[in-house]
Design a protein around this ligand. Structure first.
Ligand code: HEC
Ligand code: HEC
Length: 245
């Protein structure tokens, strides 16, 4: 009896209009999913190794202040977050602050190899842990901005994010299976890019896909959107560094 009822739950959620948000790994092909779990078949591990090496460099080094990188477990799961000065920071933005404010160096730059490498190595420490971003307090206003972006129809195709990532999740589009559009696998190695890339780079691709304005990497638009995506993923596992077609 109970099992039968449980089968009806997804249908019930659909009727009530509640989004059924599933981990991104559930949408990957079996081959990509297996390779994502296997360091010997995941090119992104080159960035992880570089990031671990960078962790010990600089004056003072990241390690000098933070200790072993394993101590970063759980950190990526809490980003983006609002810093004490009120700025909304993603993990890359947080690393850049340490680079400029605590090491006195110039910023690595968005999408640069060392920044992606450090982000991948730090995110890996949270792999499998549940996303746990704060959505209340100072984050609430940013979250609403991100939600608005997500729900607004955009571009020449006049589509909102949710029209693909909620209404059509599981369907195929140009060889991809549409996921729920979470950021849990980023930074990710994308075979089409032939390199590691950030979530904001992937968001630019989706903006272009609907012929809408592409915002700069690290822009307020994509930071607030990232926060909203993370709130949808709260409780689901961190999968970074991801592997994508
Ligand atoms: C001189 C000490 C110092 C150095 C060097 C340093 N950090 Fe930090 N880091 C901090 C402090 C202090 C914080 C807490 C936030 C703040 O007050 O800036 C922090 C916060 C962080 C956080 C967020 C932690 C959290 O729980 O939210 C990350 C990630 C991080 N640092 C990464 C790095 C990386 C990567 C490097 C090397 C490129 C580095 N840090 C170098 C002092 C340092
Ligand atoms: C026309 C349909 C469509 C629209 C509209 C769209 N996307 Fe996507 N998106 C895709 C496809 C296809 C992919 C690649 C397959 C996948 O991972 O879902 C993708 C991938 C993504 C990913 C990467 C998921 C991963 O783990 O690799 C994110 C995040 C994302 N989209 C967010 C968004 C956001 C936010 C918007 C609105 C600004 C948006 N998308 C609009 C089709 C769309």
């Amino acid at each position: 009896m109970t099992r039968g009822w449980r089968k009806l739950l997804p249908l019930l959620a659909l009727l009530l209009g509640a989004a059924d948000v599933r981990p991104t790994q559930d949408y990957l092909s079996p081959e990509i999913r297996a390779a994502q779990e296997d360091p010997s078949r995941h090119p992104g591990w080159l960035w992880v190794e570089e990031g671990e090496a960078l962790w010990g460099r600089g004056e003072p080094s990241c390690a000098a202040c933070h200790g072993n990188i394993a101590g970063m477990a759980g950190v990526a799961a809490r980003y983006p977050l609002v810093a004490t000065d009120g700025a909304l920071l993603d993990l890359e933005g947080r690393i850049e602050r340490c680079r400029t404010q605590h090491q006195g160096e110039s910023a690595f730059g968005r999408e640069s190899e060392p920044l992606l490498a450090l982000a991948a190595a730090i995110a890996l420490q949270s792999r499998g842990m549940p996303v746990a971003v704060a959505t209340d307090g100072p984050a609430a206003a940013f979250l609403e901005e991100g939600r608005h972006f997500y729900e607004t129809r955009q571009g020449q195709l006049n589509l909102s994010c949710g029209q693909c990532h909620d209404n059509n999740a599981g369907r195929r589009l140009r060889g991809d299976v549409i996921s729920n559009g979470l950021g849990t696998g980023y930074p990710a190695y994308r075979l089409e890019w032939n390199t590691m890339g950030s979530l904001h780079r992937r968001l630019r691709a989706c903006s272009l896909g609907v012929r809408a304005e592409q915002f700069p990497l690290g822009s307020r638009e994509y930071l607030t959107l990232e926060l909203f995506l993370a709130s949808r993923a709260n409780g689901l596992p961190v999968e970074a560094p991801g592997l994508r077609r």
